[in-house]
Ligand binder design. Structure first.
Ligand code: SAH
Ligand code: SF4
Ligand code: F3S
Length: 445
């Protein structure tokens, strides 16, 4: 019998879509290596946390989980605890000091080794740390084991060279590297043949895709890649994230406007509405530049769904700077806002700035910002009332008996009543009401 036949893995994923994609990738490697999965910690032989370092809160959750595992490990011989993801590359072997029950620390470019490292840890009891970057390695979907039959993430680039002063990603994910476009298009074709209808192209900064890359002897831009992916037979929807506002060229807007499978949706993180703070963040654009790009997008793409990320309480942020952010929100009126309190990250420039903002000021600003953002989100939902949305069905709706839910092209959640729908169906739904950010409607025959 294979020694891993009996090993059951419990895996928990934190952080961004890259981690979600990579957890699926590792799961499929483990299944191929005869591991199985369980949702019960007490039933498991292996616990893997795929972690995120973006804010202190994300790391604290993992440290507290790790702290609780001493007893669990003692209960059965050969049990293994592992940390993957960005905490692996930010802490490396220091993690072993902070979490003595830890057997393995494996960074994002070393995932092919996860099955082997688990086996070795279980047999020898020795801890291993593998956190080096590998420029060639990219995780891929296993078309025989998709976590969703109709939608998939595709990693098109990794790392980041922007070095925004608040951000840990350039350290946890390394230098920015684009994946060859042939590989991306080939993966998209394989996914389409397996029945996938929607792909989301992932990168920290997709607009700079192609820098330093030659494909078929030529350079390639993100706009060109997006057009190629959009034309893959069987792919009905393409999304992408994240776009940096600095390099959002007109030709990308044109591809979004002209390729019918590219959805009317963009995540365009602004971070704040004060030029002084944007400069200290090293975002390299001004509020005026950002507004001009938004204007270009909105005038070219009808019904564009626009979301953003905002940080409150960046070092040195005054009431006036914060008012700039509130004014920007009022001007743009986003469909959804992801807002965060600034969290100092070790090794970043902003963490060393002397004028850190007190926690209670951050709390108060975040509450005001969220209140305004929610008001806009609700008003934006109202503009959908009476409209017919094309919904890609995700499955039965938990809280609506007899109901199904899915996403509109804009990426809004739509709930409707019906019979016999399957995940992956495209359904036309007329919207009659909304509750918070969810739309509810009736199927159009
Ligand atoms: N590459 C993307 C964002 C990646 S991180 C971009 O450039 O926009 C996702 C979001 O987390 C960021 O947009 C930012 O709003 C937030 N974030 C990153 N570092 C943070 C920190 N130190 N404190 C609070 N929020 C942070
Ligand atoms: Fe972080 Fe800035 Fe890179 Fe985004 S662009 S990942 S915020 S350094
Ligand atoms: Fe977090 Fe790493 Fe993603 S820090 S946001 S898991 S790239």
């Amino acid at each position: 019998m294979n020694p891993t036949t009996e090993k059951k893995v419990f895996m928990e994923t934190f952080g961004c879509q890259s981690n979600v994609l990579e957890s699926d990738h590792v799961s499929s490697l483990l299944v191929k290596d005869h591991f199985s999965f369980t949702n019960e910690i007490n039933d498991a032989d292996v616990i893997l946390f795929n972690t995120c370092s973006i804010r202190a809160h994300a790391e604290d959750k993992v440290f507290s989980r790790l702290g609780q595992l001493g007893e669990w490990k003692k209960q059965k011989e050969g049990r293994v605890v592992g940390v993957m993801g960005c905490m692996a590359t930010s802490y490396k072997d220091q993690l072993l000091e902070r979490a003595p029950h830890l057997d393995m620390v494996v960074g994002p470019d070393q995932y092919l080794k996860v099955p082997q490292v688990i086996r070795e840890a279980s047999q020898t009891g020795k801890s291993q740390v593998l956190a080096d970057f590998d420029p060639i390695y990219f995780p891929e979907n296993d078309v025989n084991r998709l976590s969703q039959p109709h939608k998939a993430f595709i990693e098109i680039m990794k790392g980041c060279d922007k070095f925004c002063t608040f951000c840990v990603v350039p350290f946890t994910r390394g230098r920015e590297i684009s994946r060859p476009s042939e590989d991306i298009v080939f993966e998209t074709q394989k996914l389409a043949q397996a029945g996938v209808k929607e792909v989301m192209l992932l990168g920290q900064n997709v607009n700079s895709y192609g820098l330093g890359l030659k494909s078929r002897g030529k350079t390639i831009t993100f706009s060109e890649l997006l057009r190629e992916v959009a034309r893959v037979k069987g792919i009905e929807r393409v999304r992408f994230m994240t776009s940096h506002p600095l390099d959002l060229p007109d030709d990308l807007v044109e591809v979004m406007a002209s390729e019918s499978s590219v959805c009317e949706s963009i995540h365009l993180p602004v971070q704040c509405g004060s030029d002084r703070i944007l400069k200290r963040m090293s975002r390299k654009y001004t509020v005026e530049h950002y507004l001009e790009r938004v204007q270009k997008l909105r005038s070219s793409i009808k019904d564009l769904f626009m979301t953003t990320d905002l940080i409150v309480g960046f070092p040195g942020e005054t009431d006036e700077d914060f008012q700039g952010t509130m004014d920007l929100l009022e001007q743009i009126r986003y469909d959804a806002v992801y807002s965060f309190k600034y969290s100092p990250r070790i090794g970043t420039v902003a963490a060393r700035m002397l004028d850190q903002v007190p926690e209670e000021v951050k709390d108060e600003r975040l509450a005001r910002l969220n209140e305004l953002a929610w008001k806009h989100a609700a008003q934006a939902c109202e503009t959908r009332l009476g409209k017919v949305e094309e919904v890609l069905v995700d499955g039965p709706a938990d809280k609506t008996p007899g109901g199904f839910y899915g996403k509109s092209r804009q990426n809004r959640t739509v709930v409707f009543l019906g019979d016999g729908y399957r995940t992956g169906d495209m359904v036309k739904v007329k919207i009659d009401r909304h509750k918070v950010a969810n739309l509810y409607g009736t199927v159009q025959s």
